[in-house]
Design a protein around this ligand. Structure first.
Ligand code: PHE
Length: 467
C-alpha cells in the first residue's frame, strides 16, 4: 500500500482486546523460565515479596505512563517522545534498542523449548530428565542452531503472513490451559519428598537474604515480564481507544502476568529443592537451565503419562514464548520500517537477518565462544568463565538499559511534560483511582529508587561497599 493511502491507525476492538494482546506479549518465557530461576537464586520468598511490591507500585506507574503516553500521542516510542520536542526522541531510541538485544536470545531459548516439546514425542521421558540431556544439547552440537532457526522461522512467517489474529484466538484457549496445567504440576510437585521445604523457601521471606543485587534483579525482571521500558506498551497504548478504561486494563494485565509467574515458581522451586536436597543448593546453582533440568525430572514421576505431560507442558510454554517473541519481532519490524521507509517486507527481511545472525552469536556462547565471559571481562561480575553471552545480553538489557529507560521516562513524565498531562489522558475515559500513587511514584520514588539501587549495586559489585 502506498504511504499516502495508509489507513487510519488501527485500534483494538475493545478493552479486552487490548488486555489480551498485552497479556499475550507479557506472558512468556519471562514468567515460566526467567522468574523461577531468579526467585530460586535470590532467596525465594524475599525475592517474591520485593517483586510483588515493585509490580504494584513502580510497575503500575510505569505501565500507566507508557500506555497513556501512547494513547495520547497515537505513536510508537520514538514518535511519542519526540511529539513533545525533537530532543526527547533519544529516550524512545534507547527504549527501542532494548528489544533488539532481547529478541535473539529469546529466540534461542524458544528453540530450546521447541526441542523439548519435540523430544517428548520421540524419546522416553527418563532420557530427557537425565542431567546430560540439556548440557549435551546446548553445549556441543549443531542441533541447537536448528531448533533456534525453526523457532525464528515460525515467528517470522507469522509476522510476514499476518496470521497473528489466528494465533491470538488460539491463545485465548491456550493461556487458560497453561494455567490449569501449571496448577496440576505444582500440586504434584508438592507431593515430592522435601518439596515442602522448598515451598517454605519460596513463600516465607527470609529478610537476611535482601541485597541490592536481589532488588536490581527483581526490578529488571519486572520490566522484562511486563514488557516495560522498551517502548512496547507505548505502541500498544497508541492502539487503545479513547473511551476505554486504561487503569482497569493495566491492573488486569499486571494481575495476570504476576499470577502466572508466581505459579511457575510454585511449580519449579519446591521441585528443585526436592530434587537437589536443599534450598542452599538450589540457590547456588539456579540459572537459565533450571526449567530444563528440574521439570523433566518432575515429569518422570507421572509414570506412563510422563511423555504426555512433558509434551503438553512444553507445547504450552512454546505458545506463550511464541506470542511474546512475535510481539518482540513486530516491534523490531515497525522500528526498522519507520526508520527506513522501505516498506514492511524489507523491514521484515532486515530484522530476520539480524535476529538469525545475533542468535547464532549468542548460541556460539555455549560452544565455540564458551570461554568468552563479557560479564566478567567488561564488568568484573561473577567468576571468570561463569557467564555466557546469553547472560551478558540479558544483563545488558535488564540491568542496564531498562532501568535507564525507566529512569528517563519517569523524569520525562514527572518533570518535563508533568504527570497532569497523562492524568488528563487517563481521565478522559475513566476515573483514576491510583492517581496519587502514580504522581508520587513517577516524580519522586521511582527515579530516586532506580538511582540509589543501581549505585548501591555497582558499588557492591566493585567491592566498595558490602551489602
Ligand atoms: N514479557 C515477555 C516475557 O515475559 C517478554 C517480552 C518482553 C515480550 C518484551 C515482548 C516484549 O516473556
Amino acid at each position: 500500500m502506498a504511504d499516502s493511502a495508509k489507513p487510519a491507525r488501527a485500534s483494538w476492538s475493545g478493552k479486552w482486546a487490548f488486555i489480551l494482546a498485552a497479556a499475550a506479549s507479557a506472558v512468556g518465557l519471562g514468567n515460566m523460565w526467567r522468574f523461577p530461576y531468579l526467585a530460586a537464586k535470590y532467596g525465594g520468598g524475599a525475592f517474591l515479596l520485593v517483586y510483588i511490591v515493585l509490580v504494584v507500585t513502580f510497575g503500575f506507574a510505569l505501565m500507566m505512563a507508557e500506555s497513556a503516553l501512547g494513547r495520547k500521542t497515537g505513536q510508537s516510542a520514538i514518535g511519542a517522545f519526540s511529539a513533545f520536542g525533537k530532543k526527547f526522541a533519544i529516550i524512545g531510541i534507547l527504549a527501542s534498542a532494548v528489544p533488539f538485544i532481547i529478541t535473539p536470545y529469546y529466540a534461542l531459548i524458544g528453540g530450546w523449548v521447541t526441542k523439548y516439546m519435540a523430544s517428548y514425542l520421540v524419546q522416553p521421558a527418563s532420557e530427557i530428565a537425565d542431567g546430560a540431556f540439556f548440557g549435551g544439547f546446548i553445549l556441543q552440537n549443531a542441533e541447537s542452531y536448528v531448533w533456534m532457526l525453526l523457532f525464528i522461522a515460525a515467528v517470522v512467517l507469522i509476522v510476514a503472513f499476518g496470521v497473528k489474529r489466528g494465533i491470538e484466538r488460539v491463545n485465548k484457549v491456550l493461556m487458560p490451559a497453561l494455567i490449569v496445567m501449571s496448577l496440576a504440576i505444582s500440586l504434584f510437585a508438592l507431593t515430592l519428598p522435601g518439596a515442602l521445604d522448598g515451598l517454605a523457601y519460596y513463600l516465607v521471606p527470609d529478610f537476611s537474604k535482601f541485597s541490592a543485587e536481589l532488588v536490581v534483579a527483581a526490578m529488571g525482571q519486572m520490566f522484562f515480564s511486563l514488557s516495560l521500558a522498551m517502548g512496547i506498551m507505548i505502541t500498544y497504548g497508541s492502539y487503545f481507544q479513547k473511551d476505554q478504561d486504561l487503569e482497569h486494563s493495566v491492573r488486569r494485565i499486571e494481575l495476570f502476568d504476576t499470577g502466572i509467574a508466581i505459579l511457575a515458581g510454585l511449580m519449579i522451586i519446591p521441585a528443585a529443592v526436592a530434587v537437589s536436597g536443599s534450598a542452599e543448593e538450589v540457590a547456588t546453582h539456579a540459572g537459565p537451565g533450571l526449567m530444563f533440568g528440574v521439570l523433566p525430572q518432575v515429569f518422570t514421576g507421572f509414570g506412563f503419562a510422563a511423555n504426555a505431560m512433558g509434551f503438553l507442558f512444553f507445547a504450552l510454554v512454546f505458545f506463550a514464548a511464541l506470542t511474546s517473541c512475535i510481539s518482540l519481532f513486530e516491534t523490531l519490524v515497525s522500528i526498522v520500517d519507520d526508520a527506513t521507509k522501505k516498506g514492511r517486507t524489507f523491514a521484515i527481511m532486515v530484522c530476520a537477518t539480524f535476529v538469525v545472525v545475533m542468535g547464532i552469536i549468542v548460541n556460539l556462547g555455549y560452544n565455540e565462544l564458551l570461554s568468552v565471559d563479557l560479564m566478567y571481562s567488561l564488568f568484573g561480575i561473577g567468576e571468570a568463565g561463569n557467564a555466557q553471552l546469553l547472560d551478558f545480553f540479558d544483563f545488558l538489557s535488564n540491568t542496564i538499559m531498562m532501568p535507564l529507560v525507566a529512569l528517563l521516562t519517569c523524569i520525562f513524565v514527572g518533570w518535563i511534560i508533568k504527570p497532569k498531562t497523562l492524568i488528563a489522558e487517563v481521565k478522559q475515559s475513566s476515573k483514576f483511582s491510583g492517581e496519587k500513587l502514580f504522581v508520587v511514584m513517577i516524580k519522586y520514588i521511582a527515579p530516586v529508587f532506580v538511582v540509589v539501587i543501581l549505585v548501591a549495586y555497582v558499588m557492591n559489585t566493585a567491592g566498595i561497599i558490602a551489602l
